[in-house]
Write a protein that binds this ligand. Structure first.
Ligand SMILES: [Zn+2]
Length: 188
């Protein structure tokens, strides 16, 4: 058992923001209680200040499909570890997010995912040619979902099997503390 995240290596990478080879990334292994062995990465570009963080399950490998049924407000606190290779879908809400080449793994809650989707919707709907009626309808649905008043399903498909859903409260708190300690992806 690794009580704390243990650094396993550091490398210098090209910064996706400014292009300088000044992004120093440190990898950590952390055996999170009741979650499993996680690979955490974090770093900052010394040239432009860009911050990088990534998280994925260290073991796995088999393609997987995780499904979370959200039926009550407390379900919005369920924690999701979504690796950089995973797609995310909310079928009843008409949302599908596929990973791009610059995707990073994140740890967030179901609520955090809904907030991100709302942000994307707002950007799409700020286009003058957007269907305002449809925008209002979708925003209404997402807001109901955020209040726990609209049951829905969250589906994560990960070809690398590097994602995870965490429901246990104590595991969640320990995980957040560990992530904070290494400056990795934290609560949205
Ligand atoms: Zn940079």
């Amino acid at each position: 058992m690794l009580a704390e995240p243990r650094p396993i290596g550091t490398l210098k990478a090209r910064c996706p923001a400014c292009g300088a080879r000044e992004l120093e990334i440190t990898d950590y292994l952390y055996d999170a209680p009741l979650v499993g062995l996680l690979l955490l990465s974090s770093g900052t570009c010394s040239s432009c200040g860009y911050r990088y963080s990534d998280v994925r399950m260290a073991e796995g490998g088999e393609p997987e499909r995780l499904e979370v049924r959200v039926e009550r407000p407390s379900d919005l606190n369920i924690l999701v570890i979504k690796s950089s290779t995973a797609s995310l879908e909310l079928p009843e809400l008409g949302v599908k997010i596929t990973p791009g080449p610059a995707s990073q793994g994140i740890i967030t809650t179901v609520e955090g995912i809904l907030h991100r989707v709302l942000e994307v919707l707002d950007v799409l709907c700020s286009d003058p040619s957007a269907d305002m009626e449809e925008c209002r309808r979708r925003r209404g649905e997402l807001e109901k979902a955020l209040q726990g008043a609209r049951p829905f399903t969250l589906v994560i498909t990960d070809p690398d099997g590097a994602s995870k859903v965490v429901r246990d409260e104590e595991s969640k708190e320990k995980l957040y503390r560990a992530l904070k300690a290494v400056g990795a992806a934290t609560r949205p």
